[in-house]
Each structure stands twice: as C-alpha cells, then as structure tokens.
Design a protein around this ligand. Sequence first.
Ligand SMILES: Nc1ncnc2c1ncn2[C@@H]1O[C@H](COP(=O)(O)OP(=O)(O)OP(=O)(O)O)[C@@H](O)[C@H]1O
Length: 537
Amino acid sequence: MRAVLKELNGKYKFEYFLFLGMNIINTCIETSNVFLEGMLINSLVYKADRTSFIRNIVVIIALNIIRLFLSFFINKIQILKFRKINIEVNDTIIKKLYSKDTLEVLKLDPIQTADRITEDTNEILNFLFQTVNQITSIVISSIIIFIYIIKAKSHFFLLVMILLPAYIILYLFLKPKIFKINLELRRIYNEYFSGFAEWLNRYVEIKGNKREEMESKRWTKTKASLLNITRRDFFLNLGMSTGEIVLQLIFQLILFINGGLAVISGSMTIGAFSVLFQYFNQLLGQVDEIFSILFNFESFRVAYMRIDQLMSIPNEVDGEIVIPKVESIQVHNFNISLDARKTLFSKKLTCSFNNSGLYVVRGRNGIGKSTFLRTIIGLYTPAKKGTILINNIDIDLINKKKLREDNISCLFQDTILPHCLVREYLDMYVNESNENCISEDQYFQKVFSSSQFNIKKVLDKKMTELSTGEIQLVKLYSAILKKKAHCFLLDEPLANIYPELQSDLLSLLKKIAQTNLVIIISHDLGIEEKAKNIRIR
Ligand SMILES: Nc1ncnc2c1ncn2[C@@H]1O[C@H](COP(=O)(O)OP(=O)(O)OP(=O)(O)O)[C@@H](O)[C@H]1O
C-alpha cells in the first residue's frame, strides 16, 4: 500500500497541500465568525453604534464570500479528485494482483476480495481526505477557542476543563466497544455480500433446480450473525447517543446558569456570552469528532493492513529472455505438485511439441492437463520436477508475460462471462485489421460464417445471452484471430459444438497447424488419428 500511496504522493502532492491550506483558512474564518457575531450583538446592545455595526456586517460578509470560494475548491478536491484517485488506486491494486502468483490469487473469493478492495481503498482515502482535514480543523479552531476563553473569562476555561473529561470518559467507555463491533460487522457484511452475489451469479443453476430456498438456508448462519451483531451495535449506539444528550444538557444548564448570572451582574456582555456558549458547544462537538477520528484511524489502519496483506501475496516469478516465436517445447521427466504431499501425474511426462503441428493432450479427468498447459505458459508456477524447454531454453528463464502477450493465444474453459455485447467483446480482443489470412480460409468461413453459425448474427447479443456452444464459438473466434499469435493452446475447443461443425472446426485447426503450433486438450475419440497424441497418466 505504501508503494501505491507513494505514487499518488508524487502526482497529487501540490493539490493535497493546497487543499489542507484552504481548509486551515476556512476553519480560521469559521471560528472567527462566531466572535464577530458576538461583537455584532454587542455593537447593537451596548453601543447602538451604526458605524461599528455596519463595519462588523461588512467584515462578516467579506469573510463569508472568501469561504464561498474556498468551499468550491475544497469540495472539488474532496469530491471530484477523491473519486478520480479512488478509481486510480483500485485499478492499481487490481493490476498489482494480476502480477501475483496465480495459484495464490485463485485461493481468494473474487467477490469478497473486490468488495474488500473497494471498501478498504475508500476507507484509506477517506482518512487522508476527510479525517486529516478534520484533525487540522480541530487543532486550529481549538487553539482559537482556548485563547478566547482564557482571555475572556478564565473561570469558564476551568469549567470547560472539568466538563470535557466527563464527556471523554463516556467516549472512552463506549467507543472502543462500538469500534470492535463495527469491524466485526464489516467482516460479516463482506461475507454476506459475497454469498448474496454468488446466489445471483448462479441464477440459472439455482432456478433451474428450484433451489432458491436451499440457497437461502445456506446463508442462514451468516444472516443470523449479521442481525445479531447489528442488534448489539444498535444498543451500544443507543447508549452512546443517550449519554451524549444527557451530558450535553447538563453542560448547557451549568453554562446557562453561570453565564446568565454573569450577564445579569454585568461582568459579561451578551455578545461574549453568546460567543462562549457557541464555542463551548463547538468544543463538545470536537470531542465527538476526536473520537470519530480515533475510530476512523483504527478503520484506516485495518484497511491499510488488509490491502498490505493482499499485496503480500508473492509476485509471479518470471524470466527475462524474450523469445520471438515458439519453435519447440520439450518436456522431460516432468511432474507438478500443487500441494507438498503429492504430484499430479502418476507417471513423469516426457514429450515434445514442434512448431508447426497439431497436438492433442489427453488423459483422465483431473489428471492435470489444464494445469500442465497453464504451467507451460507461466500462468501457474507450481512446484515442479523435471524440465520444460521452449526453443531449448528453460521456461524459468523465459519472459512468459511477453510470450503470453505476443506469441500465444489461449482458450480457457472458464464460465464467467463479461457483461457486454459480443461486438464489444470482440472489439476488445479482435481488430478487423488483425484478422490474418486464415479468415479467408474455407473452413474458417464454414465455422464462423455459415448457415450453421454466423458470428455476424450474434454481434448484438449480450455474451450472457448466448448458448453454451455460441459462447464457445465466440471465444474460439477471438482466440484464433489473436494478433501475431503463432502458438495456440486450446482447452476443449470442440466442447459443446455440433458434430458437423466439429469436423469443420477440426479441419480449420489442422489448417492453422500447418504454419503454427496448435495444442488442444480434448476428450473426443475421433481426434486421435487427426493429431499427434500426448497422453498424461
Ligand atoms: N487453482 C487450483 N488450486 C488448487 N488445485 C487445483 C487448481 N487447479 C486445478 N487444481 C487441481 O489440479 C488437478 C488437475 O486439474 P486440471 O484442471 O489440470 O485437470 P484436467 O486434467 O484438465 O481435468 P479435466 O479433464 O477434468 O478438465 C485437480 O485435482 C484440481 O483439483
């Protein structure tokens, strides 16, 4: 998190300090206003002096016009800049997560993590933009108020010093409890939100089997904890606000009686009494604020810690050698351990893939076919035995990020689809000008522009509205047309595809494999004779 904030500091330092400076001026004006109002009352009651009355009004108006200007800039930074920075920080964190070890990141619940990141960055920035501002305001206005009280009536200062600790004790007693409950509340709410989102994410599966009630019950415990903690939160807050109101009432009564008697005896002006009264209330409000600041500080600390925890996931390990083209992949005595206790394959794998050629990786469910391909391209970096060489270079030395970006195109079997139109999806990943000569091929036309399936006809549909086979074909279309790719790793490309189209697709893949390396994972039986077989056992 420190690195992210350092980046921001470099970029927004000037605006931030300008913002704090404006806030300090604003607080000075705000606090002096109360004093000027008192003077205004005195000029009316005691002097009946038109000139000093008008002078005070003019000063008050002038100061408030300045405040108007300041408030424009303060709000602009506090609202507009805040949101811009907030989006920037969220983006930076997600991008950093993308450079972490994939297997570690996959252990996280994505919805809960996304919720946590947005909540935590909001908390951290709120502290920097609101709370730091609040602290400077409190310090500045307290100094002004204390100077005034000591100069005006020192025994009132004594009164303030006796009454404030009573208020503080109430806070010390209840606020830590409220804070603890709030943290717990946030944790449970994260969990609840994640369950809720999952419930909607699995809409078809749950509705199709009429499992709404079962799903609802699955989260019963979380919902009950949420309500339970909210109840405790309610009682603590009720205690807090009742205590506050009662104490405030007592303080005001004491101040009214003391100040009122001083005004009657003539030892204090009405203006001074009004200023004292308002300042006293302001001080009580500030105690309240100080505790909310302490509370915010704790939330800031927790949010900072949680982001740091996320950022402490080990970085993806990558090599440095950039290779322009995958010519060959040699696998020797290879095995993978996803956990320390056992290896995936029962027999070490030795095989080779040469560019060009069509290869099919086969093996029983769960043997590790997808994991193997993901390891070749450095997407997964599990503990492994044996070697994989690309162009005779150990994969650990190769810059695999660059390889994935420029050389390799992948089709994955994940089911989470983006919420966008097919046109938008393809615009992102396929540029018309990127389309290579393969799009002119007869089999390409048969698969993507025929009466069986026509990509143009689905362009204005939402990705989530497509059939499973259509989704597969759209994903294949974007994988095959990836710019500059000359190595294709396709996980179950034939899955969910109509048999007639399957044979055209296979012919298309064979055509692509005449000049590229195409590795597919497939359970289809007919494919064995059409490609070189790699069997994992
Ligand atoms: N991210 C992960 N974290 C932990 N274990 C994983 C992860 N991904 C896969 N595995 C485990 O690795 C094993 C191999 O999975 P993989 O998906 O590679 O198998 P597969 O041969 O492609 O299977 P299938 O033919 O069923 O698709 C499985 O036992 C799976 O549980």
